[in-house]
Design a protein around this ligand. Structure first.
Ligand code: FE2
Length: 323
């Protein structure tokens, strides 16, 4: 692709990036890698380690929540099943499945780093989320930089202030230490204080680090690309908040929560040593059991009545339970 990926970039977007919620226009919905045949090939090529397939209950019915695997359906049939069901397919680290998606990732960040002075990124990964009409991503926040690119269908992103009660220092620290996204409280009235971004195909959203959000699909199949990335500032935030959590949780100290100044280096060392020493529990390593196969038998059956919804099972953009 020789044309720029962002189609209506303005100079002020460089100053706004990472500081306020942004909706920008892009052309990836017209890119060959996101055509139906290309997505079907990607689905068919994905090993189990590179996807999560989740069947959910109806809206406001969280009892059904189970993880499955893809059976013998073609990629196009999988997409049709998602379009008519209540299913999420999150293709993880798609650059590992097909290096063309990795080259696209490099192209996107090449353009961004050229447009935003001083913006340098690393540990970049992209995923593709294919989800049913009305599907939701529940209230959570992310510990890495995030962008959400709409390819097909439309979504509404609700973004909430990153201050208490929407996000507390303790919940930020707990999520970093234990990957327990459910530790963050959500109340229906939070929506009165949310900023909404409607995403159509050809639009993408970016928002400040750690900003809580939730997402609702419109009444149509949705295809999105999610990108996660780090900068030195984002990594520092992760280390300092992680160290603060360790000081509070393990040593019962009341940490100073500044993310600048000389203490940052000590905290970085604390967090790095804890990570190296295995002190941090990585909740995401606990996989849910596979309880269904998306095949012709599945399609022929009525939807399962109910199954327990594990507390840890919350969909987020990158990993349906951890992005
Ligand atoms: Fe997220």
């Amino acid at each position: 692709m020789t044309d720029s990926i962002f189609t209506a970039w303005k100079p002020e977007h460089a100053a706004l990036w990472g500081n306020v919620p942004l909706r920008l226009k892009h052309r990836l919905h017209q890119h060959e890698l996101f055509s139906r045949p290309a997505l079907a090939r990607l689905i068919e090529a994905a090993p189990k380690s590179n996807y999560m397939l989740i069947e959910t209950g109806r809206p406001n019915e969280r009892k059904l929540w189970r993880e499955g695997e893809m059976g013998t359906l073609s990629g196009l049939e999988v997409m049709d099943a998602i379009a008519s069901g209540r299913i999420w397919l999150n293709l993880l680290r798609v650059n590992e499945i097909d290096p063309q998606y990795g080259r696209l990732l490099d192209e996107i960040f090449g353009e961004l780093e050229g447009r935003i002075p001083g913006f340098t990124t690393f540990k970049r990964i992209n995923g593709i989320l294919i989800s049913s009409p009305r599907a939701q991503v529940y209230y959570h926040f992310d510990t890495a930089g995030q962008t959400l690119w709409q390819i097909a269908g439309s979504k509404r992103v609700y973004l909430y202030p990153k201050e208490p009660p929407f996000l507390t220092p303790e919940s930020l620290e707990n999520v970093i230490l234990y990957n327990n996204e459910t530790g963050i409280q959500y109340e229906g009235w939070y929506d009165d204080y949310a900023q909404c971004i409607e995403l159509q195909p050809g639009e993408m959203a970016q928002w400040p680090l750690n900003m809580p959000h939730r997402i609702e699909n419109a009444d149509e199949l949705s295809v999105s690309m999610t990108i996660e990335y780090f900068t030195t500032d984002i990594r520092r935030n992760l280390f300092v908040n992680g160290a603060n959590g360790l000081l509070r949780d393990k040593l019962k100290l009341k940490p100073q929560r500044s993310v600048s100044g000389p203490a940052v280096w000590a905290k970085t060392a604390v967090y790095a040593a804890a990570a190296k020493g295995g002190l941090l529990k990585r909740g995401r390593s606990k996989r849910r059991p596979i309880t269904f196969t998306l095949d012709r038998d599945f399609l022929a059956k009525p939807a399962a009545a109910s199954a327990p919804a594990p507390d840890a099972a919350r969909p987020t953009e990158q990993a349906l339970g951890g992005d």
